[in-house]
Design a binder for this molecule. Structure first.
Ligand code: NAD
Length: 500
């Protein structure tokens, strides 16, 4: 096997490399390629491209010119959805239907990036004092370093980079080394869409490439999505190198169900949002928090029955509900979390540990696993378990549900199911999460709203997408200007600090 997945710099694919790592098909457990790992010199080469005259021309290009490229990119993404979904599924393990769903959200992000002129246009005030006009302009930050996770090989990069490019920046992107191929496919689409070479560059790799991005003096901003402990590191190191950093990290998303809720709908929502994509979504529902014993007992029965019916399969099995987890290492860490939870005394309702795919015995599968009687002192509660193991944490009152939800270190998404408006209102006013759902299990906002968690689910003050992202990718300048008539020319010296 000599399939080397390489970098993309100045519009060229580069496969020669000193370092590389394996890429697997999680559905079968086979090694399918090698991924080049960039060293400091390769990252520097990419940054040089991103700061070249060609890249700077993009920063100066008109909005209309830039938007033509984005429109074309959108068309290409639609036309090539099937091909891209296959690439994503093969390296990630998610089903083709799920991969197409993420491509749909990527396209939505590109569409919103076409609004860049609307969200970055400045303000103007006439004659603020002494015939002086004041206006603000937003200009590109320069080079943006993007570091992305494995779980959305195209959606997260697309929403991030479409806006960064749309406002005139150039990119040095380090994708997850576990899913490197979708990145190169995306780079080819940008090129075909007419983006000038040098604007969009990819360095594949691991920590070495990430550190080189964080330390490079010519990178102005860094966008990161990934786990909390790496995201915190990226934020601290990047800001200590004087970059603006936006870092979006882990979640433990609580779903509170009130006794008055439609329990059938809530059970369906929990199973879909809990186990979809083998629970490898930052917005996956991690915990069910039913209020009252009767709510808990009824939901438990419904959820066991519905979860048992889920079908596991390879990414290209059209009958599968979800697929393998990303790696053997991830499989082991989820199995370990389940073992620990059993040892800690939770009641194991469904045990997926022994699941084996009939055809792909080496695939990284775990069957759907469900616990009852999770408590807040258990590791299973504290950790983000990134695989199909979910839990029920019983509470007696809404007060307790809010307290439990707010006491977790993460604040990405939280959800309530209820039929009562006052309860819903109290929940979204008091819950400390960035995204809140009321009878909506995955409250992933549409692209024209801001996306980002609170507490340790986000480091930095920006948002991953939405209008705030456009602001993150631009610098604000405020100009005060006066055009006096020659005869009005005010030559007098005045040292007063005045507003007139
Ligand atoms: P990860 O933190 O392992 O990797 C993210 C990126 O960091 C990758 O590009 C990886 O190569 C790089 N990286 C890994 N180890 C590093 C190190 N020691 N130093 C520097 N860089 C390193 O995350 P992942 O497993 O790819 O993705 C899953 C995580 O991402 C979950 O925690 C999930 O909740 C989170 N996530 C968050 C959001 C969000 O919007 N908040 C969205 C998607 C995923």
């Amino acid at each position: 096997m000599n399939n080397m997945i390489g970098h993309f710099i100045s519009g060229q694919h580069i496969t020669q490399t000193q370092n590389s790592g394996p890429v697997f098909n999680p559905s079968t457990g086979e090694e399918i390629a090698r991924c080049a790992y960039a060293d400091v010199a390769v990252v520097d080469q990419a940054v040089q491209a991103a700061t070249s005259t060609n890249a700077k021309k993009w920063a100066k290009a008109s909005h209309a010119t830039r938007l033509q490229v984005l429109f074309k990119l959108r068309e290409l993404m639609i036309a090539k959805t099937d091909e891209l979904a296959e690439i994503i599924g093969r390296e990630h393990g998610k089903t083709i239907a799920d991969a197409k769903g993420e491509i749909g959200r990527a396209i939505e992000g590109i569409e919103f990036a076409c609004n860049a002129p609307q969200v970055t246009k400045g303000e103007y005030a006439r004659n603020v004092a002494g015939d002086i006009d004041v206006f603000s302009v937003r200009v590109p930050v320069g080079v943006v370093g993007c570091i992305t996770p494995f779980n959305f090989p195209i959606m997260i990069p697309a929403v991030m980079m479409a806006m960064a490019v749309s406002v005139g920046n150039s990119i040095v992107w380090k994708p997850s080394e576990k899913v490197p191929s979708a990145a190169l496919f995306f780079a080819d689409l940008w090129k075909e869409a007419g983006l000038p070479d040098d604007v969009f560059n990819i360095v594949q790799g691991d920590k070495v490439a990430v550190d080189a991005i964080l330390e490079h003096p010519d990178i102005a901003a860094v966008s990161f999505v990934g786990s909390t402990h790496i995201g915190e590191y990226v934020y601290q190191k990047g800001t200590s190198h004087n970059k603006r950093v936006a870092s979006f990290t882990g979640g433990k998303n609580h779903m509170v169900v009130m006794p008055d809720a439609d329990l059938e709908a809530a059970a369906n929502a929990f199973v879909s949002a809990g186990f979809g994509s083998a629970s490898q979504r930052c917005m996956a529902v991690s915990l069910l928090v039913p209020v009252g014993e009767e709510t808990a007992n009824q939901l438990r029965t419904l959820i066991i029955e519905k979860t048992k019916a889920l079908k596991i399969g390879a990414y290209n099995d059209p009958t599968a509900d979800f697929g393998a987890v990303i790696s053997a290492q991830s499989q082991q860490s989820v199995l370990k979390a389940i073992d620990q939870c059993v040892a800690d005394g939770a009641e194991l309702l469904l045990d997926g540990r022994a699941y084996e795919h009939p055809q792909y015995k080496n695939g990284y599968y775990i069957g759907p696993t469900l616990f009852d009687y999770i408590s807040t002192d258990m590791d299973f509660y504290k950790q983000e378990v990134f695989g199909p193991a979910r839990g029920i944490l019983r509470v007696n009152t809404l007060d307790e549900a809010i307290l439990v939800t707010n006491s977790h270190e993460f604040g990405n998404g939280s959800v309530i199911f209820t039929r009562d408006g006052k309860t819903a209102h109290r929940f979204f006013m008091e819950i400390e999460s960035g995204m809140i759902g009321v009878n909506v299990p995955v409250p992933l906002p549409v692209s024209y709203f801001n996306f980002g968690g609170l507490r340790r689910s986000k480091f930095g003050e920006s948002h991953l997408y939405g209008p705030d992202a456009a602001r993150f990718y631009t610098k604000l300048k405020t100009v005060s200007q006066k055009w006096p008539e020659p005869e009005e020319s005010d030559q007098a010296i005045s040292l007063a600090f005045k507003i007139t």
